[in-house]
Design a protein around this ligand. Structure first.
Ligand code: OGA
Ligand code: NI
Length: 346
């Protein structure tokens, strides 16, 4: 990654606290996919995990291990290539999907390199950030030509993860007291994407983070982390950072900001971050499950009452997403649009 940019070191607010709680706290939930049925116990467990943590791990989730390993292997091969090779699929302003690293974008915030790929190819999003302007555009994936197996592995993995995400969405709907398929229709033209993350060993682990503290703007995120570990979640109970220890073959699920709005704050999108490691490289693969661009995100009727009125104004998902993609590209960082922007003041 070359020399350390002084701006990185100056970003004091970005420095990790050196301690974290080693907690068993984040629930591990058995989806028991062979006899999958939304039993009351399972729904209750999911509901409690969403409410108390915003995070949980799942096992027996139905995604074949082979499918995951193939994509992990292809991702490792991609990142092992020389920078010139990786930069052949770099993102640019016209297409914010693709490869980037910290040097390339002068993004001094995170110690990582990334390849972003949408699940639907192409994926339709608004062309402009003005919601009144109805023009649309396509995000098209950039496939590394010398690694055809990456595309094949990606497409197989994406199909499996989409199935798992829908299953989780149904369980989350039930846990909120909604009809099982209440949220499913929002994902007809979904804008989900998968990020291949590579965190190289970092010579200044006490000064850097792999990913700074943030919340996901998705409906939910399904993360595969490798055995190195480093993901930490801010505990809702006491605000301490809690490490999510790698559990072989499990996926880590977290509630994103869209679910926070739909549930009218019943479930919250919880802050998390990634620590770096001075010796070991780390790989992770989040699947961000996002609705279609035309969806207006707002607290669901069923969950809004006179006693608990809507806490958010409706916002258009496509515009929000396009805004995030563009500001990430321009590295506006903290100016990223957040759901708090749509919060109704009391
Ligand atoms: C993210 C994220 C966690 C990880 O990309 O939004 O939180 O373990 N990643 O890489
Ligand atoms: Ni995240």
């Amino acid at each position: 990654m070359g020399d350390v940019d002084p701006a990185f070191i100056q970003a004091a607010e970005h420095r990790p606290k050196l301690s974290f709680t080693e907690a068993q706290g984040i629930p591990l939930i058995d989806l028991n996919s062979s006899s999958y049925a939304a039993t009351k116990d399972l729904v209750d467990e999911i509901g409690a995990a969403c409410k108390n943590w915003g995070f949980f791990q799942v096992i027996n989730h139905g995604v074949p291990l082979e499918t995951r390993r193939k994509l992990e292997a292809a991702a490792a091969r991609f990142f092992a290539q020389p920078p010139e090779e990786k930069r052949k699929v770099s993102r640019d302003e016209a297409n914010p999907q693709g490869y980037y690293d910290t040097e390339l974008t002068k993004n001094v915030r995170d110690w990582k390199e990334v390849l972003d790929l949408t699940v639907k190819n192409p994926t339709i999003i608004p062309a402009s950030l003005d919601p009144a302007d109805g023009e649309l555009r396509q995000l098209v994936n950039r496939w590394p030509e010398n690694l055809p197996e990456l595309r094949e592995a990606f497409e197989e993995y994406a199909r499996e993860l989409e199935k798992l995400s829908h299953k989780l969405l149904r369980l989350i709907s039930l846990s909120l007291g909604l009809q099982e398929n209440r949220l499913s229709g929002f994902f007809n033209d979904h804008t989900s994407f998968i990020r291949l993350n590579h965190y190289p060993p970092c010579p200044i682990p006490h000064l850097a983070l792999g990913v700074g503290s943030h919340k996901d703007s998705s409906a939910l995120t399904v993360l595969a982390q490798d055995e190195v570990g480093g993901l930490e979640v801010k505990s809702k109970a006491d605000g301490e950072w809690v490490r999510v220890w790698p559990t072989p073959e499990a996926f880590i699920i977290n509630v994103g900001s869209i679910t926070q709005v739909w549930s009218n704050d019943e479930y919250e999108s919880v802050e998390h971050r990634v620590m770096v490691n001075s010796e070991k490289e780390r790989f992770s693969i989040p699947f961000f499950f996002n609705p279609g661009h035309s969806v207006m995100v707002e607290p669901l009727n069923e969950l809004v009452t006179e006693q608990s009125p809507a806490k958010y104004r409706p916002y258009n998902w496509g515009t929000f997403f396009a805004n995030r993609k563009l500001s990430n590209f321009k590295n506006l960082g903290v100016n990223n649009v957040q759901i708090d922007h749509f919060r109704i003041q009391e």
